[in-house]
Design a protein around this ligand. Structure first.
Ligand code: SF4
Ligand code: SF4
Length: 353
């Protein structure tokens, strides 16, 4: 085939269900038939139903084989994975819809995550795989989602609530723009092991890996020194140099951020803002984090208007009310003191008490 290479992912067009290929770019509208079931209708009149099943980011081959078996039985083999780790079974033959839903129910797969619900949490590698995490990913996500499960299968919130988790501030997850963001944070600079560093690391590239210029050479040891005042605990240096670990069982923990979104509906996309600066790492169920996230969801569900995302709700009631209603403490950590902070500081008298 022209242009075919042996590297990179295969062309997605080779895997589209025929109905999507035939109607590509010509879809007229879609609707949510019931929680977790979307119907897309094309200009040609063709229809396709997507049945969304809650999934996980890390799945075993047995699970994938089971998904494939279900898709073969009801969907001519067609399914897709969403960016938030759900699985969508794509049904063209309407008579297969109810049998599919019944079969999924019997297997214990939850159907939901559409519209004004909480869909699965997009997350990063955590302790399973990455080298710089300040917290776990899958463990926290499982604990939080267990507490919010009813909002996955029911569209009972004012609007959709997107939750993301990144296990360090390099954030391979979408924590910068999610309604609720769970972000692992380190709170101490890296430990510099200069007895090993010159033997295992390149000093110039280690120095240049630091975005805040906190690292300089240490002529005595032929290693490096870190200016703690300039360090923002990002872990970039540890990525370059294994002799600068910054994992710390006591200092590492979780911060919570709120009000971000990507959508352009009603208001523009927005960054998430700090709500809780630190919660401890308490595996295996992270009760403090679960309680705080649930609190945000509960007060939002109680106070927001229909269609209002979390950020829009906070903008309407004011941050003072947000802290009052959630009971979260407002601390000095909430005040932006980084470069260009003036742009983010409120500099009018428009307080909303
Ligand atoms: Fe690794 Fe940080 Fe990405 Fe987590 S967010 S997977 S710790 S780089
Ligand atoms: Fe620089 Fe980040 Fe390393 Fe701190 S943790 S010294 S900010 S690279």
């Amino acid at each position: 085939m022209a242009g075919k290479t042996d590297i990179g992912p295969p062309d997605f067009r080779n895997f589209l269900p025929p109905v999507i290929k035939n109607n590509y770019g010509k879809w007229k509208y879609h609707e949510i038939v019931r929680p977790g079931v979307l119907l897309h209708v094309a200009e040609s009149g063709d229809k396709i139903w997507s049945v969304r099943v809650g999934g996980a980011r890390l799945v075993c081959t047995d699970r994938i084989r089971e998904y494939a078996e279900i898709a073969d039985k009801f969907c001519d083999g067609h399914l897709r994975f969403t960016s938030r780790h759900n699985v969508e079974f794509l049904v063209v033959d309407e008579s297969q819809l109810e049998p599919l839903i019944k079969d999924l129910g019997e297997r214990g797969y939850p159907i939901g995550g559409t519209g004004a619900s909480i869909t699965s949490i997009v997350h990063t590698q955590g302790w399973v795989h990455c080298h710089t995490p300040a917290t776990d990913a899958s463990g926290v996500v499982k604990s939080v989602m267990d507490a919010l499960f009813e909002h996955f299968v029911n569209m009972d919130l004012p609007a959709q609530v997107r939750i993301a988790l990144a296990c360090c501030l390099n954030m391979c997850g979408a924590v910068h723009c999610s309604d609720i963001a769970i972000l692992g944070i380190h709170r101490l600079p890296p430990v510099v092991k200069n007895d090993k560093l010159p033997k295992v690391c390149e000093v110039p590239s280690t120095i240049s890996s630091c975005p805040t210029l906190a690292i300089k050479p240490d002529p005595k040891t032929k290693g490096v020194q870190v200016n703690d005042e300039r360090c923002m605990y990002c872990g970039n240096c540890y990525t370059m140099c294994p002799a600068m670990p910054l994992m710390d069982p006591e200092g590492d923990g979780i911060s919570l951020w709120v009000g971000g979104k990507v959508s352009n509906a009603r208001s523009g996309p927005a960054f998430s803002k700090l709500a809780v600066p630190y919660l401890p790492n308490t595996p295996p169920r992270w009760p403090e984090v679960v309680e705080a996230v649930k609190k945000i969801v509960d007060v939002y569900a109680e106070g927001a208007n229909k269609h209002e995302r979390i950020g829009e709700w906070i903008d309407r009631i004011g941050w003072e009310k947000f802290f009052e209603r959630t009971g979260f403490e407002f601390t000095d950590k909430h005040i932006d003191d980084f470069t260009l902070a003036q742009l983010t500081l409120r500099n009018t008298t428009q307080f909303k008490w």
